[in-house]
Write a protein that binds this ligand. Sequence first.
Ligand code: HSE
Length: 400
Amino acid sequence: MVKVAILGYGTVGSGVFEIIKENNDVVNEKSLNDIDIKYVLDLREFPGDPCENVLVHDYDVILNDPEVEIVIEVMGGLHPAYEFVKAALEAGKSVATSNKELVAKYGAELINIAKSHKRNFLFEAAVGGGIPIIRPINMHITADRIQQIAGIMNGTTNYILTKMEKEGADFDSTLKQAQDLGYAERNPEADIEGFDAVRKIAILTSLAVEKTVNFEEIYTEGISKITSDDFKYAKAMGKTIKLIAESKIDGDKVVAGVAPMLLSEDHPLYSVNGVVNGILVRGNMVGDLVFIGSGAGKLPTASAVVSDVVDCIRHLNTSTTIIWEDKKQELQSFQDSVKRFFVRTKASQPEIKEIFGDVEYVDGGMAGEGGFITGPLSEKEFEIKASDLGKIISRIRIAD
Ligand code: HSE
């Protein structure tokens, strides 16, 4: 019998409780052991809830109980999650978490502490919700040099963009609708400005290069400036707009960014709609692998957390090999990265040609403006040309 404790009885925590109870036979069979939830930690009371009998309010009860082998951290936020997780690992317990903020900031440190105690710090649910992506990058795609990771890693923004595309709605009203339906947070900044996605691409890239990528150094642009008119142009081009978190790896050269991008119909992530996430991993031997599934939500996220609990139980006194060193991975300047750009402008075609040369013109059916697609340009080159042209309404990068 392996005793576990759940820290936080919110959406994911109650999902973990539910899965361990409801799928008990499966989970025990896969663990080759029996799981027992000894404690649930939360500040709140849950009268009548099945967790009531194991509910505690003091973390020290869990920390000081040598019977607890695995701590499941699903509280979210950095503090006190970091202190609680670090203390658990130092006390010789394994930890499974869904907390991407924690992993993006302290991943390498917590993995090392776990290793030094022959325990595990696992975080499958921190990226892509229920989609297996951490374990594949860490343990399966190990014969390849990973050259690119590109993904729709935020369900809220994908839900909003899908609605805007399908219903021709504007950003503000779609966001409000998403909030009313509980898909978007009341304070949606982390999702819509890309701060959630940037942590996720930092985690995946760190695993791919086995060093620490600082998410704060990654170029991040959200979707709040995308308009229904942008979607009219996208439709005219046979494309759609998605928030893409991407990194490109060429030896020690790594460049990463998060931004809305135009995807053509043949792009593997073109049809990833609604709250679904999709992640493309390109290896130099295996080629393209695409992982698609529920990127958020109670049971999908909890399912990934419980898969880590099973892994912890299978490896109770051995560290599974997550390689992610504390050493910093320097990033190439985003300004030097090259893409094609779609541009909306009030400038005339001769003016465009003078600055950008031969481009592909796009008619979005809008009076007093037009669109065009540039050839490949670095961010720096594009900015200079755009400033020379002036009269720019907006620009969106085109996914390769
Ligand atoms: N807010 C996140 C999303 C939750 O919308 O994808 C999962 O990390």
